[in-house]
Design a protein around this ligand. Structure first.
Ligand SMILES: [Fe+2]
Length: 212
């Protein structure tokens, strides 16, 4: 709910915090693998590198991701580190594509290189493809289904109350429908990404050990 007492928009929110996200930093035992993965997935370029740290960028920010190299022995000391995000701490970082077409074409590009999402879902407010980098950091590639006011209203809808998680989608099916002329508006419906004859996997049924 915003400062004006309703929950349908963000116009009443004050602007006291930071203006935007600048970068994130990870400690990794696999710097080379991470640099290759982010190069493939994000088109990331190395802005600076020495033995201890690598700065990557893929847009107008000087660096979006820094990788601090730590000794491989840490994998032995923290054998469950990859699973930590499944139970606590930061779960994922979400990044927006400006169109459904771009999101799905990137999906195809990555699939050709053997990189597939661990979870594909229409949450309602977003269509989201979740990927995991070599360290198991989860990245949500998303496209917004509504403008912010409509998303805020959706959170208070009966549909959201019935199913706050969403409906799994088949990205290949969604892309084939898009290429066959279905409108992005039609494809934004949560059931639009379920192939005919396949079960609709919705709400808590979308949560498995893999997608958690
Ligand atoms: Fe998210």
């Amino acid at each position: 709910m915003n400062a004006t007492g309703d929950h349908t928009g963000s116009a009443g929110l004050g602007r006291h915090g930071p203006d935007r996200i600048a970068h994130w930093v990870v400690k990794s035992t696999r710097t080379d693998e991470m640099v290759r993965w982010y190069g493939t997935v994000f088109g990331a370029q190395v802005a600076y590198q020495d033995d201890e740290i690598t700065f990557l960028t893929w847009d107008d920010e000087s660096h979006r991701l820094a990788i601090i190299a730590v000794p491989p022995v840490l994998r032995l000391l923290f054998p469950l580190a990859m699973l930590k995000r499944k139970v606590y701490g930061i779960d994922h970082i979400a990044l927006t594509f400006t169109s459904l077409e771009r999101l799905l074409e990137n999906y195809v590009r990555l699939k050709r290189q053997g990189i597939r999402p661990v979870w594909s879902i229409n949450h309602g407010p977003t269509i989201s493809l979740y990927y995991e980098d070599p360290d198991g950091i989860r990245l949500e590639f998303q496209v917004e289904n509504f403008d912010p006011d409509h998303t805020a209203a959706f959170f208070y809808s009966d549909e959201f109350a019935r199913n706050p998680i969403g409906v799994n989608i088949d990205p290949d099916y969604l892309l084939s429908r898009l290429r066959n002329g279905a409108s992005p508006e039609e494809l934004r419906r949560r059931e639009a990404g379920t192939r005919p004859g396949r079960p609709v996997v919705a709400n808590k049924k979308t949560i498995t050990f893999r997608t958690l």
